[in-house]
Design a protein around this ligand. Sequence first.
Ligand code: ADP
Length: 267
Amino acid sequence: MPENTAPDGATTTGAPHIEFRDVVKRFGDNTVLNDLNFTVAKGERVTLIGPSGSGKTTILRLVMTLEELTGGYIHVGGTPLQYEDQGGKRVRVSDKTRRRTTTQIGMVFQHFNLFPNMTVLENITEAPIHVMGLSKAEAISKAEGLLEKVGMSDKRDFNPSQLSGGQQQRVAIARALAMDPEILLLDEVTSALDPELVGEVLAVLKDIAAETDISMLIVTHEMQFARDVSDRVMMFDQGSIVEEGSPEKIFSDPGHQRTRDFLHAVL
Ligand code: ADP
């Protein structure tokens, strides 16, 4: 059995929830990730920090299978995501397997990505009805509970264009949660917001982190948020992990000059 580091720092056994093994990602001649290895334990919250262009968003997009993996393997809950190792041969997994695995993963994007021609309620009920097979009534009831959680009950019949960025992002969070994800990927979810709207979105996410055991992989420039919700912080530069550790360690006593320089620039 592989060994994992659990959120409390204790060593546990069992398959990691997310595993990157010798991952390579290239865009043309640009090698963005080169032999990247890391794991995320079940229920763990891991935040990726580092300079722009260091490959953080690409990592999330690979987990969501929005990008093609150039080399290596990613496993989710022990299941190979895009490619599997069959006796040393790298074989593509079927679309059906890939879809079944990614159904367990929710992603919230920087630019909300709500369906513009649907109401708030329809945005949230769409996938539960069409992917999970919930009845319309079940999906609506679930969506109403989630809208209450994110403080958006009074906007259920609005269109996204009638909402502020912070409100749209809270709907996007509710939409991701409506699929009961086991993994939540948060890609710079406050970067496109006016500063006064950042707090309302982070407050919702902090509540979700406190109330659920969803594993989270987070890319953010909000260092206080990273400190508050993370079990582990990984500092990236040029597609490699410079160092990783508890938020206390990384933010208060970083071991590498590159981390110190980065934190000095953003804090
Ligand atoms: P970060 O999230 O750390 O800012 P990204 O993962 O967005 O970094 O980008 C890492 C590198 O990959 C950058 O050099 C970026 O230009 C490149 N890149 C990302 N997406 C694409 C794409 N779709 N096509 C070409 N290059 C890309």
